[in-house]
Design a protein around this ligand. Sequence first.
Ligand code: EPZ
Length: 417
Amino acid sequence: MEKYVIEGGHKLHGEIPVYGAKNEALKIIAASVLLEGKCTIKNIPEIEDINRLVEILEDLGAKVERNGHEITIDPQSINKTKPSDDLVHKLRSSVMLAGPLLAHYGKVTMAHPGGCVIGQRPIDMFLSGFKAMGAKVEENDHEYTLQAKKLHGAKIVMPWVMVTATESLMMTACLAEGTTTIINAAMEPEIPALADFLNSCGAKISGAGTPIITIEGVEKLSGGECTIIPDRIEAGTFAIMGLITGSEITVTGCEPKHLETVLETLRRANAKLEVGDNWIKTKPSKLKAVELRTHEYPGFPTDLQSPFTILMTQAEGMSLIHEAIYEGRLFYTDKLNAMGAKIIMCDPHRVIVSGPTPLIAKKLESPDLRAGMGLVLAGLVAEGKTVIDNIYQIERGYENPIARLQALGAKIEKIKE
Ligand code: EPZ
């Protein structure tokens, strides 16, 4: 088993680059299945989730060439629309392939997706959206099958904001006959980025990035190319890493415009930050406790809740953390209490953090992608050597974290035990 070993208590210095957004790259790769030509995607992060999704595409018969942060996909040789179950179970984003396969090939059978244990994460809204567009949906506890000769446009009202469901239905509607309207759509920056790519391939999407998206179906989509936007969750995580270690570091190649609520929340916590057009610099700060509520974009992203909660263990006072999106995304806090934090769980959506408390190194298991990286941040400030296993979860979403953190002077290494 590979593990991270982190010796805490060291200040960091220098620069850390941000790579392409995982949660855009995965959707662009899925959308490539809609195309009648090749697509080239630049600034793709080299992470496990991308590897898994590429494996699924190749399993379906697509041709994929990878060259570092660039990938070229030729979906024209796809010859089946039932991806292998064990690949599908490895990541939730596998569900993103269902709509494009249905829209382009008329039939798809897929096992229910896997992904983080952060909550229920059903796909009922995906399936009801496909049904609204005319698909026949058959489902058992193991897999679901979608069929449609030709999808038609529909009015789809999301009961609450859902990111991948919005993206999936938006891309699927590109090949439906007529107009589809998605009401109460998610507005994450990755969604207009996805729409821009699809429009460059001949789609007719308007309103992406607002709560109402309109898609005029077209006969077919050509190939194309795009460059993935910077990963705002990486950027926020690294800025918090600089603050929690009391360091002066610069996060480079990021898009601060996508982090306005995060930067404002950090400043409310008395964080000293300098922000340029594509960089964020942290300075040693005397942090104070603030209340946090996660919210869909442009609110504070749930994916940064765990790094922020860990930051609050080092802030003066009591902070209330309200994880409003997921019912299972605060259970990692018992691991922080084992390290010496003082966190009370009020209910599955709320914890109260009292700080500052010194943290002591522990042997920990990464529960999921974002909490796993949060535990790395805790290890950077804990006294002693923290060991984190199940690091596959972390490497699902962060490219080469060891090299990037070592370049900042972090005492972190990957060992095999
Ligand atoms: C996306 O997950 C992201 N994943 C998550 O990032 C992110 O935390 C989340 O959006 C919220 O921002 C990807 O983009 C691959 P949702 P997703 O659809 O699509 C419920 C990471 O760390 N729901 O917005 O699963 C669902 O249970 C990952 O990169 C339904 O009820 O989030 C949740 O409570 C973790 N039915 C809520 O909606 C459905 O059909 C929000 O889900 C779909 C979702």
